[in-house]
Ligand binder design. Structure first.
Ligand code: HAM
Length: 412
């Protein structure tokens, strides 16, 4: 027996039956973001490994444990993109997009790759729909991005949504805070997990998303960066909150919110859905004012988010499907096959959704199949050149003049 292959672990096939809901989501994204002036952008599925090391951060789980990295045949280190923000910043710099009217607003959708332990809502190939606004530090940007994401998720019917909001301040405050946190964690080293302890120097903020009870008890008492925000950082965060209040968007302030990517500064946010189990984060994002400069561009403030398509689909009720085709062309006699094929093509060119039998079924079998594909009407071509039309919802059937069948069906 030849070996039977399966899709690689953590990946899945998107079958035709999965598509209607997915397309509805992509269309909703295009509409919500298009109305707000976002243009779509696509970057390659793989990039230089160093791009992600430099942006996502060498000390993060994403870079240390989750990237699909390999050498290409020319010996270059390549990585399947684990996220979309760094590639878009790379494209912004590469194409001199600072010369366009600022901020540049772009949205994207596509597959992303992380070598994670697969479980419900967590895959090795998943899809994100994201938006980035590059070239403005205004709190209006943060609030607009959050508002659009809220509109998209609610409009699509994601249940039990909760918005968590925090701020990391700018690099100066963060450096001082990190020192304070390091000192605090060292004082409580004995209660921390091995993983957190080994990274106190490298990445002390990691302690905040550790799962073990010992570390959690220590961080519950730790100083938070929100308590240390001052001056412009505090004003920026206050303005983002005021704009969300004004828009009627409710949120929880999460003083210990950290995200698994190093490029963030100031505003951070996540949408969670209680409908989902352990992987409750439907979307996440924030401001990344230092990233473009870090990647070799001029200092350029920016913010954005990405939502997990699979998680949105898990957390929203699917909508019922409308009938799939307008007309099913059936033949009562073999001799009509060619005539049927020509008519099918003609009706499709007239804009109708048309199906026909491709498997040599009897007339009874064709009618059954028409029902299965959700056809609204069946046009039956008879041996003597006559035709009948059957309304599939009422079962009513009548003769129709074959010459006018085309106009009549197209005009429905
Ligand atoms: P992220 O929080 O790492 O952010 O991912 C965004 C979303 O992608 C998550 O909320 C989740 O829904 C989905 N996601 C992540 N990993 C997986 C996985 N293994 N399986 C299924 N879904 C997953 C980012 O990627 C940032 N680039 C967002 C951003 C844009 N920040 C600023 N601009």
């Amino acid at each position: 027996m030849p070996e039977r292959f399966q899709a690689p672990r953590g990946t899945s096939d998107l079958l035709p039956e999965d598509e209607p809901n997915r397309m509805r989501l992509l269309n909703a994204g295009r509409e919500v973001l298009g109305r707000a002036g976002y243009g779509s952008i696509e970057t390659p599925i793989f990039e230089d490994t160093a791009l992600f090391e430099r942006s996502v951060g060498a000390a993060t789980d994403v870079v240390q444990k989750e990237m699909f990295t390999f050498d290409d045949r020319g010996g270059r280190s390549i990585t399947l993109r684990p996220e979309g923000t760094a590639p878009i910043c790379r494209a912004y710099i590469e194409h001199g997009m600072h010369k366009l009217a600022q901020p540049v607003k772009a949205w994207y959708v596509g597959p992303f790759f992380r070598y994670e332990a697969p479980q419900a809502g967590r895959y090795r190939q998943f899809h994100q729909l994201g938006a980035e606004t590059i070239g403005s530090d205004s709190p209006l940007v943060d609030a607009e991005l959050i508002g659009l994401l809220d509109e998209l998720l609610r409009g699509f019917g994601v249940a039990a949504l909760e918005l968590r909001l925090g701020s990391l301040g700018s690099p100066g405050v963060r450096a001082t805070y990190r020192e304070e946190l390091r000192a605090y964690l060292r004082d409580h080293e004995a209660d921390l997990s091995e993983d957190v302890r080994s990274r106190i120097d490298e990445n002390p903020l990691r302690a905040f998303d550790a799962a073990d009870p010992g570390t959690q008890a220590v961080v519950a008492e730790a100083p938070t960066i929100l308590e240390r925000l001052d001056g412009e950082d505090a004003d920026h965060f206050a303005e983002v909150r005021a704009l969300l209040d004004q828009a009627g968007i409710s949120y929880e302030i999460e003083p210990r919110l950290v995200r698994g990517l190093d490029y963030y500064s100031r505003t951070l946010f996540e949408f969670h859905s209680a409908e989902l189990g352990a992987q409750s984060q439907v979307a996440g994002g924030g401001r990344y004012d230092g990233l473009i400069e870090e990647l070799g561009g001029a200092p350029t403030p920016a913010a954005g988010w990405a939502a997990g398509i699979e998680r949105i689909l898990l957390a929203a009720a699917p909508t019922p499907e409308a009938p799939a085709s307008d007309v099913f062309v059936a033949v009562a006699d073999e001799s009509q096959k060619r005539r049927a094929a020509a008519l099918v093509a003609e009706l499709r060119r007239a804009g109708l959704a048309v199906e026909t039998d491709l498997a040599g079924r009897s007339l009874k079998g064709q009618l059954k199949h028409a029902d299965r594909v959700g056809a609204a009407h069946v046009l039956i071509l008879e041996a003597d050149g006559a035709a009948q039309v059957r309304d599939m919802s009422s079962g009513e059937q009548r003769s129709i003049d074959p010459a006018s069948a085309m106009e009549e069906l197209a005009g429905r």
